[in-house]
Design a protein around this ligand. Structure first.
Ligand code: FUB
Length: 459
C-alpha cells in the first residue's frame, strides 16, 4: 500500500520603527474551495500564491486534484481567487494528479509554472513546465512532455514538488522529490531543460518531500517536509530546514520551522513581501477539511539575528481556543499499529464518528478497558473534557462506558464518567483540577474494540 500522505486567530498590528506591518494572517486564504501545496511569488506590489485544488469528497481517502489556482493579495492578509489558471488539460501528455507546483520568472521576463503531474509514462509522477507572459498567464505547455520523469538519470523515487530558484548570477536551480529522495539540478537559461547532472544533495536531514528554496543575506535556505518521529506524530509531517553557502549544498540542517499541522501532509513556501517574511502552508482547518480537503494559510515568519528561523506560530491553525490537548503529549495502553494516536489532539473537528479522514486512534482487536492519557510538562487547570468517539461499523464501536481520571501527584483520582454518544463531542464538566496528566479509561462493548477521533481538554 502506498504510504498515507501523508492547526485562535490573532489579529494585531505590530509596529516596527517606521514600518506598519499588516495584520497577522492565519485563517485559510479561502473557504470557497479547498487548496493545497502553496507556492509564492512577488511581482510588482502583488503577492501571488499558486495552489493546488483539493476536490476529494467528504471522507475521501485519496487526492482528487485536477487544476491549480492563483490567488493575489496587496497586503498578505486578504486574497482574491483569480481562478484555475493551469489544469491537467494544459499538459496533453499528462493523465491526472495535479500536485504541487511553483512559478518562477525567467530571464526572458516570462513566467514558468513547474507542476507535478501523472505523466502516464513509466513510474507515476513527472514534472511538467508551462509558460505565460504574466504571473496570471495564460499558461501553455512549454515543452510538450515532462521536464523530469522516471527516465531522467538519478531522478527521485517520486518526481514531484518542484522548487525553482534563480541566483543573483542568473543561474536557475531546480530541487524536487519525495519518498525521501531529494534531487537537484541546474536549469538552462531557457527554463525548460536540465543542464548537467542531477545530484542528490547532502545534509538535508529527514527529507521527505515538498522542498522550498530561497536566499537571504547571502545564505541559501531549503525548507522541506520531514516526517521523523522527533518532529511529528506518526503519519504527519513537520517542516524542517537547512542552510548552505552554495546553492547545490552541502546543506546543514538547522531545525524545525513549522510544527505538524492538522493535515498529514505539510508543504511550505517562504517569501519576503513588503518587508515582512511569511510562511505559506496548508492544513485541514477549513470547515469540512481533511487530509484530502486541505486549505492554504499564511503566517508571519521571523529570523533570529544569527539567520536561523524561529518556529512559525500557527495563528489560524486547527487549535480550538483554550484546548489544552494541543500542547499535551498523548500516550495509550494500546494502539493498533496502522492507527494514529496523534489524531486525538490534532485539532480536527470530525463530521461524524466514521470520519477518520484525519486519522483515528483505535485499539482493535483489544477488548475490555484501554486507556488514553494526556501529559503536560507543567500543571494545567482542567474542568472540562470533550471526546469524539470513532466508530468504523466494523470492529470498532462506541464504548460501553468511559471514565476520566487525573493524576494528583501520587495516584489517579476518579472524575465523572463520560458520555458514549456517536457523531458528537461528549462533554464532561467537573470542579477544576490542577494536574499534569488526564486519563480516559474506555471500556468496550462485548465483541468490539474502541476508538477516538478527537479528545479536547479545557480549563
Ligand atoms: O498534494 C499532493 C501532494 O501532497 C504534494 O505534491 C505533496 O507535497 C503533498 O502535499
Amino acid at each position: 500500500m502506498r504510504r498515507r500522505w501523508a492547526a485562535a486567530l490573532a489579529a494585531a498590528l505590530l509596529l516596527l520603527p517606521g514600518t506598519a506591518r499588516p495584520a497577522l494572517a492565519g485563517p485559510p486564504i479561502t473557504t470557497a474551495i479547498y487548496t493545497a501545496d502553496p507556492a509564492a511569488l512577488v511581482a510588482g506590489d502583488t503577492l501571488y500564491l499558486y495552489t493546488g485544488h483539493d476536490e476529494a469528497p467528504t471522507g475521501g481517502t485519496s487526492f482528487v486534484m485536477r487544476d491549480w489556482h492563483v490567488f493575489t493579495s496587496s497586503e498578505a492578509t486578504t486574497f482574491t481567487d483569480q481562478g484555475a489558471r493551469l489544469s491537467l488539460a494544459t499538459f496533453p501528455w499528462a493523465g491526472g494528479d495535479a500536485w504541487a507546483g511553483e512559478v518562477e520568472r525567467g530571464a526572458d521576463g516570462r513566467y514558468y509554472w513547474y507542476a507535478s503531474v501523472n505523466g502516464r509514462g513509466a513510474g507515476w509522477m513527472d514534472i511538467g513546465v508551462a509558460v505565460g507572459d504574466s504571473p496570471l498567464g495564460p499558461f501553455t505547455d512549454a515543452k510538450g512532455g515532462p521536464l523530469v520523469s522516471d527516465s531522467t538519470p538519478n531522478s527521485s523515487p517520486l518526481n514531484i514538488d518542484p522548487t525553482v530558484f534563480t541566483d543573483d548570477d542568473g543561474q536557475v536551480y531546480l530541487y524536487w522529490g519525495s519518498y525521501y529522495g531529494l534531487r537537484a539540478a541546474r536549469l538552462n537559461a531557457g527554463m525548460t531543460s536540465i543542464n548537467g547532472p542531477v545530484i542528490t544533495p547532502s545534509g538535508v536531514s529527514n527529507f521527505w518531500e515538498a522542498p522550498w528554496m530561497f536566499k537571504r543575506a547571502g545564505v541559501y535556505y531549503l525548507a522541506y517536509a520531514a516526517n521523523d518521529s522527533a518532529c511529528s506524530a506518526p503519519g504527519y509531517a513537520c517542516v524542517r530546514y537547512a542552510t548552505a553557502s552554495n546553492p547545490m549544498g552541502p546543506w546543514i540542517h538547522r531545525g524545525i520551522v513549522l510544527d505538524q499541522v492538522s493535515s498529514t501532509t505539510n508543504h511550505p513556501a517562504i517569501i519576503e513581501f513588503k518587508g515582512q517574511w511569511y510562511m505559506v502552508y496548508h492544513n485541514a482547518a477549513s470547515p469540512g477539511g481533511g487530509d484530502f480537503r486541505r486549505s492554504v494559510t499564511i503566517d508571519q515568519l521571523f529570523f533570529n539575528a544569527d539567520g536561523t528561523m524561529r518556529k512559525v506560530v500557527q495563528t489560524g491553525g486547527p487549535v480550538t481556543p483554550g484546548n489544552l490537548a494541543a500542547s499535551a503529549t498523548p500516550s495509550t495502553s494500546y494502539v493498533s499499529p496502522w492507527e494514529t494516536l496523534g489524531a486525538i489532539n490534532d485539532g480536527h473537528t470530525p463530521v461524524s464518528s466514521a470520519d477518520h479522514s484525519h486519522g483515528a486512534y483505535g485499539n482493535w482487536n483489544h477488548q475490555g478497558t484501554e486507556w488514553l492519557e494526556y501529559r503536560w510538562p507543567a500543571a494545567q487547570t482542567i474542568s472540562r473534557s470533550e471526546v469524539y468517539w470513532f466508530d468504523d461499523d466494523l470492529g470498532i464501536d462506541l464504548p460501553a462506558s468511559c471514565r476520566l481520571q487525573y493524576w494528583n501527584g501520587g495516584a489517579y483520582v476518579d472524575l465523572p464518567g463520560c458520555g458514549v454518544a456517536g457523531n458528537t463531542f461528549n462533554l464532561t464538566t467537573f470542579s477544576p483540577v490542577s494536574t499534569t496528566r488526564l486519563r480516559l479509561n474506555i471500556t468496550s462493548r462485548t465483541g468490539y474494540s474502541t476508538g477516538v477521533l478527537e479528545w479536547r481538554a479545557f480549563s
